[in-house]
Design a protein around this ligand. Structure first.
Ligand code: ZN
Length: 57
């Protein structure tokens, strides 16, 4: 998935390493924007789909 602000890739492995849970706020490792991600399970072909969004203050 990509950061909506800087468009750089955020690796899911990095989120796991940092122990960042879905819906928990975190800072983009590239631009420090405050972000949040969600996992959509049960999308077609059983693939997991991640969405990331900017957290509005
Ligand atoms: Zn960013």
């Amino acid at each position: 998935m990509k950061c909506p602000t800087c468009e750089k890739t955020i690796e899911f492995d990095w989120l796991e390493t940092e122990c960042i849970e879905p819906n928990e706020e975190f800072n983009c490792s590239h631009c420090a924007e405050v972000l949040r991600y969600e996992i959509d399970e049960g999308t077609y072909l059983g693939a997991q789909h991640f969405t990331v969004e900017v957290v509005d203050e």
